[in-house]
Design a protein around this ligand. Structure first.
Ligand SMILES: Cc1ncc(COP(=O)(O)O)c(C=O)c1O
Length: 452
């Protein structure tokens, strides 16, 4: 056997990689990965070596315990290193062969698909990927386009919402409602954007008769935790039925119990989309997994024949190990009544946040969201510089509390606790936020109401 160091003296083995100093990792990332992204993270105090993670806490290389109230943008809803999921995956690895054989039977994926259909009996078909949310969105776009091409001839457009975020692969980024992420790319025809929450604007587009699908998030995440009016999605359903357009909900961020409902659209009694996507929290960050759930009619319109069955395949599609993670997450969510826990915890944190908002109304303008998908809307100082990024940085650097601004709206600081969060953690967070706002108002001379 050849020693790898004899061939490439600077090759780093896994054992060595796990022991690299923080400084060395930084150096390697700056030299070989996305340099500016690493620099930005370092400057904000967000890039450090995570040595241990459990529940809603992470520990850095200096042994500092940190409060993770963003969970890698909504991934860790069931808690870091959730033992039920991690041990289940270990059991799978110890007892089953790893196979990506595209034609082999896939017992765990088949079981996961069965389980999904129990939860949403009106949507009976599942497709999973070994990838991220954008891949699920691509799969949804493609499924609807093929289905429309085969059954709704003449429809050519996709309508989505302004400020939406659906990922950064080509189809997903064009469905996204922010030009910024399409910079330097030639415009892709066939995409139209309407204001989120505005059913009249949607009807104006759908009534033209050429719209294949409408895709929207149940609550916009990257757009700034925007909750639409309560009747919006019922109207969307009606309009999509009226004009023969598929209704797709992108549940990558809001789904998997994040909002206190197993799927975010379950907040709306009897609302059934034609398909929805999932990713992030369904994996609890153990292994990448994403996918979509579709109505029989839509799925079959796309892939329901020998000639079309192979139109969307991928090496890791429907693989057992990703499905194993998703199945375990789903089981954990149901057996531990995660939706109810999220709804209960949400009341506690919203109450604390509303008190803080009342004390600092000129800085913290609004507390919004649903469940553990919370957005804090901050104002800007007299020079027009928004408070949200500054508050996020102080929280991370001084109070070791991690939150994140929304990608498409940096006036919003996102606060995404997880189901392992205790009242003590809420107190840590609320005290830290209050002290941060005291600091911000003291340095900017902003008036606050009297101390609560
Ligand atoms: C609603 C939504 N869809 C899709 C995506 C893309 O997911 P990923 O980054 O895993 O590709 C995201 C990511 O934040 C998202 O919030």
């Amino acid at each position: 056997m050849t020693n790898v160091k004899d061939v490439y003296p600077n090759f780093i083995t896994l054992g060595e990689a796990l022991d690299l100093s923080e400084e060395k990792v930084r150096e390697l990332q700056l030299a070989h990965m996305n340099k500016f992204r690493t620099q930005m993270g370092l400057a904000a105090g967000l890039t450090f070596d995570i040595k241990r993670a459990e529940g809603c806490h992470i520990w850095d290389a200096d042994g500092n315990k940190r409060l993770d109230f963003i969970g890698d943008v909504g991934v860790y809803l069931l808690g870091h290193n959730n033992p039920f999921i991690v041990n289940g995956v270990k059991r799978f690895l110890d007892t089953h062969p790893l196979s990506m054989d595209p034609m082999a039977l896939k017992p765990v994926t088949a079981a996961f698909a069965n389980n999904m259909a129990q939860i949403t009996p009106e949507l009976t078909r599942t497709m999973t990927n070994g990838g991220g949310g954008a891949e699920a969105v691509e799969a949804a776009l493609k499924m609807c386009r093929i289905a429309a091409g085969r059954t709704k001839k003449g429809k050519t457009r996709v309508v989505s919402t302004l400020n939406a975020f659906h990922g950064k692969t080509l189809g997903a980024v064009n469905a996204g409602g922010k030009d910024t992420w399409r910079r330097w790319q030639a415009p892709m025809p066939g995409h139209t954007y309407v204001p989120y929450g505005d059913a009249d604007a949607l009807e104006a587009e759908l009534s033209k008769g050429d719209v294949i699908m409408f895709i929207a998030e149940p609550i916009q995440g990257e757009g700034g935790v925007v909750v639409p009016p309560d009747d919006y999605f019922y109207k969307v359903r009606e309009l999509c039925d009226k004009y023969g357009t598929y209704m797709v909900l992108d549940e990558v961020q809001a789904g998997s119990c994040r909002t206190g409902y197993i799927w975010a659209h379950k907040y709306y009694k009897d609302l059934v989309p034609d398909a929805f996507t999932f990713a992030k929290a369904i994996s609890d960050g153990v292994l990448p997994v994403s996918g979509l759930q579709a109505k029989e009619e839509l799925y079959m319109a796309a892939y329901g024949s020998e000639e079309s069955a192979m139109m969307h395949t991928a090496t890791y599609q429907d693989n057992n190990i990703s499905a194993c993670v998703a199945l375990l997450s789903l089981q954990y969510m149901i057996e531990n009544d995660v939706p109810a826990k999220v709804r209960a915890g949400s009341k506690v944190i919203f109450a604390g946040l509303n008190k803080i908002r009342d004390r600092f109304p000129d800085v913290l303008e609004e507390v919004r969201g649903r469940g553990y998908m919370i957005g804090l809307k901050f104002g800007a100082d007299k020079d027009g510089v928004g408070y949200a990024p500054r508050v996020g940085t102080i929280l991370a650097q001084k109070h070791l509390v991690h939150t994140m601004t929304s990608t498409n709206n940096d006036t919003i600081l996102r606060v995404y606790p997880n189901v392992a969060t205790t009242n003590e953690d809420f107190e840590w967070f609320l005290d830290a936020l209050e002290q941060t706002l005291e600091e911000v108002t003291a340095t900017t001379g902003i008036a606050t109401t009297k101390a609560a």
